[in-house]
Write a protein that binds this ligand. Sequence first.
Ligand code: KIV
Length: 290
Amino acid sequence: MSATTAAPARRTTAPAITARKGGDPIVSLTAYHAHTARIADPYVDFLLVGDSLGMVMHGYESTIPVPLDLMIMHGRAVMRGSQKALIVVDMPFGTYEESPGVAFRNAARVMKETDCGAIKLEGGRRMAETIRFLTERGVPVMAHIGLTPQSIHVLGGYKTQGKTLDAWAAIEEDAKIVTEAGAFAVVLEAMAEPLAAKITRDIAIPTIGIGASARCDGQILVMEDMLGLSPRVPKFVKEFGKVAEAIEGAIKAYAGEVKARSFPEAANTYALAEPDGPSKAAKKPKSPGA
Ligand code: KIV
């Protein structure tokens, strides 16, 4: 490296996440933008650019219509906003299920165009061959089992998985198979708590719970949901903030001041330059362009 080349920031890697199995809980959130990624980065181990962005930000009814280009655009924004977290980008519906080759082509696009450190895809047993194909070719894969939102039309809706004991074996098998195929971690979404706890005990890679169990190796939530910014949230979400109320309060106050002509006030406006020299404001600008 030349003396003039800046040292790259050290980001968390997929193997570093795997090494956390059974250790300190792994903290993660979704992020879709540079500004929220910047705020979350010091507190999380990884940020997921989830395809939930289709519903949360773009008003789709499900994650199914989300295009790959949209994931890449948001993935780039989250990379620009963060420095230390591992960035994982979701593969959207229709970009990986057809064959390992199609999955590799699209995953390689995501990694080349965003510079993210890993991708996530949904599915257990049925995706094993693809997970192996990708990891053997340099693409770290986070698996996602239990409730897989891209399959809602097959599942018949957003249903909690593993609520009866007879449903456990297939989900446990999914967890074991994605581990054997080389996934570096696995998301367990919306499943009975004792099942998620058992899977966490039984497999060698970290489990990341969302509506699963506090005994998972880590947790993830959709950032907008935990901030209190989403109009409706599933039972498994705890709202840690009241951001929608804060935004509405600020917008209401702004609208009131605009209507009353009390905003902008002197502090927010520019004075005329003094005829015999620059004005005080010009000597000490408060912000670029002041
Ligand atoms: O898309 C997403 O946000 C996700 C999380 C719910 C894990 O996959």
